[in-house]
Ligand binder design. Structure first.
Ligand code: HSE
Length: 429
C-alpha cells in the first residue's frame, strides 16, 4: 500500500481538528483510497497548551524548518496563518519539492500570485480549499466542477461571524454589540474580530474566488471593502418593509473585460436562497455558462468543517502522488491582470436612510438633488412624525458616483441631522 507522509505545521484549532479527523477517518480512508495517509511530523511552538488530542512524542518535529527539510515528508500542511512565517515555510516547502496544503486566506489573497507561480513552475500541488468557506468545496467546484464554464458572477456569504450577527439582529431584534459577543463566545470570529466585521476576511476570500473564477489576478487592494458596523436594527427593519434582508455579500461580476469585486452589506430579495442562510453558515451562489446557477451551502468556519477541507485536499494530493500526476490542475489560471471597476463606476440600486426634520419641503429638497443627478426613486417610506425622523428612499439603478455626489450635497442641507446611511441593493442575484 502506498504511504503518503504528511508534515503538519501548526497545532491550533484547525490543526487539532485535522489530527482528530485523521484519527477518526484514517482507517476508512485507507480502505477507500488504498493509501496510508501518515501524519509523520508536527511542528508546533507551544506544546504546553492543553488540547483534546494526544500527540505521541515521536511526532514532534524539532521545528518547522526541520519538518520541511525532512526528505520523508511528501505534503506540508501549513495551518499557522498570517503572512510572516507561514509565507516563508510555504516558499521553502515548494523549493524543496513538497506539495502544500494551506488554509491561509490572508496569505493567498496578498501573495498568492508569486506562491501559485512557484508551485506551477515546480509542477507541484498547492491546495487551499480550507481558505474559503470551511467545509464547502467551493474551490474544487469552481476549479474542477465548473471548469467548462465562463463564470459571470459570484454572490457569497463567506463570513460566518457577520452572518451570525446579521441573522441575530434580523431574527431576534438583537443589537449589534450583543450579537458580536455571542459570535465570539461561540468561536466563529477571528482572533481580531475587526477582520470579520470590517469585511476584510470576506475580501480575502473574494480575492481568491474572483481570481479563480476569472482566471485574472484580482488584487486585494482593488476590492472595495465595507463591513457591517454601520448596519443598524432600524435598517434591518426597513429592509423588511421592502421585502428584503441585509447580508454581507462578497460580490464578483464579469461582463467582457469589466470586472467588479466588492464586499459590503447588501439588501437582497427575501425570497432568494441566500436570504434564508442563517447563523454562522456560509453559502455561495455561482452563475456560469453553460451551467446556470449553482448554490453551495454549509459550515464555513470552525474546527471540524475546516479540517474536513484540509483533509480533502490532502487526499487529492495523495491520489495525484500515487498516479504521478501532481500539478495536473493548475492552482489558478494564468490570464493576466483584471481591470477592476472602481466603486464609483458601478451601477446598482440604493437604499438611502436620511435623518431629517419632519417639515414640508424636506422631501422635495432631497428628491430635487437626486433628480438632478439622474437618480430615480422607486419608493419612499416615512412612518414617524414630528422632530427628527428617518426617511427611507429606494432608488432605481443609478451610478454610484452620482449617488455619492448627491449625498454629499444632501448631507449639507440644514434639515438633515445625521450622515445618510447608504446600503447597496442587488436585485438579480
Ligand atoms: N472568522 C471567519 C468567519 C472564520 O467568521 O467566517 C472562517 O474563515
Amino acid at each position: 500500500m502506498k504511504t503518503v507522509n504528511i508534515g503538519l505545521i501548526g497545532l491550533g484549532t484547525v490543526g487539532t481538528g485535522l489530527v482528530k479527523a485523521l484519527n477518526a477517518n484514517g482507517p476508512i480512508l485507507k480502505k477507500r483510497l488504498g493509501i496510508d495517509l501518515n501524519l509523520l511530523l508536527i511542528a508546533e511552538k507551544n506544546w504546553r497548551k492543553a488540547r483534546d488530542v494526544k500527540i505521541p512524542l515521536s511526532l514532534r518535529a524539532s521545528g518547522a524548518r526541520a519538518l520541511i527539510a525532512d526528505p520523508r515528508i511528501d505534503i506540508v500542511v501549513e495551518l499557522i496563518g498570517g503572512c510572516g512565517d507561514a509565507r516563508s515555510y510555504i516558499v521553502e516547502a515548494l523549493k524543496r519539492g513538497k506539495h502544500v496544503v494551506t488554509a491561509n486566506k490572508a496569505l493567498l489573497a496578498a501573495h498568492g500570485e508569486g506562491i501559485f507561480e512557484q508551485a506551477r513552475r515546480g509542477g507541484l500541488d498547492l491546495y487551499y480549499e480550507a481558505s474559503v468557506c470551511g467545509a464547502i468545496p467551493i474551490i474544487k467546484t469552481i476549479r474542477e466542477g465548473l471548469a467548462s464554464n465562463r463564470i459571470s458572477s459570484i454572490f457569497g456569504i463567506v463570513n460566518g461571524t457577520c452572518n451570525y450577527i446579521l441573522s441575530r439582529m434580523t431574527e431576534s431584534g438583537m443589537e449589534f454589540a450583543e450579537a458580536l459577543g455571542e459570535a465570539q463566545r461561540l468561536g466563529y470570529a477571528e482572533a481580531n474580530p475587526a477582520l470579520d466585521i470590517e469585511g476584510d476576511d470576506s475580501a480575502h476570500k473574494l480575492a481568491i474566488l474572483a481570481t479563480l473564477a476569472s482566471g485574472l489576478w484580482i488584487p486585494l487592494r482593488a476590492i472595495y471593502t465595507e463591513g457591517i458596523t454601520h448596519v443598524s436594527l432600524m435598517d434591518i427593519r426597513y429592509a423588511r418593509e421592502f421585502d428584503r434582508v441585509i447580508k454581507l455579500l462578497a460580490i464578483f461580476k464579469r461582463q467582457g473585460n469589466a470586472v467588479e469585486a466588492r464586499v459590503h452589506p447588501t439588501l437582497i430579495p427575501a425570497r432568494h436562497l441566500l436570504a434564508s442562510v442563517s447563523g454562522a453558515h456560509n453559502a455561495v451562489c455561482v452563475n456560469g455558462h453553460p451551467a446556470g446557477e449553482i448554490v453551495l451551502y454549509g459550515s464555513g468556519a470552525g474546527q471540524d468543517p475546516t479540517a474536513s477541507a484540509v483533509l480533502s485536499d490532502i487526499i487529492d494530493i495523495a491520489l495525484n502522488i500515487r498516479r504521478g500526476c501532481a500539478g495536473r490542475i493548475s492552482p489558478v489560471a494564468r490570464g493576466g491582470r483584471a481591470a477592476i471597476k472602481q466603486i464609483d463606476e458601478i451601477e446598482t440600486q440604493y437604499y438611502l436612510r436620511f435623518s431629517v426634520i419632519d417639515r414640508p419641503g424636506v422631501l422635495a429638497g432631497i428628491t430635487g438633488i437626486l433628480g438632478r443627478l439622474q437618480i430615480g426613486i422607486a419608493s419612499v417610506i416615512q412612518t414617524e412624525r414630528g422632530g427628527t425622523v428617518p426617511v427611507v428612499i429606494m432608488t432605481h439603478r443609478a451610478l454610484e458616483r452620482n449617488v455619492r455626489k448627491a449625498l454629499a450635497r444632501i448631507d449639507r442641507l440644514p434639515f438633515v441631522k445625521a450622515k445618510t446611511t447608504l446600503i447597496r441593493v442587488e436585485e438579480n442575484l
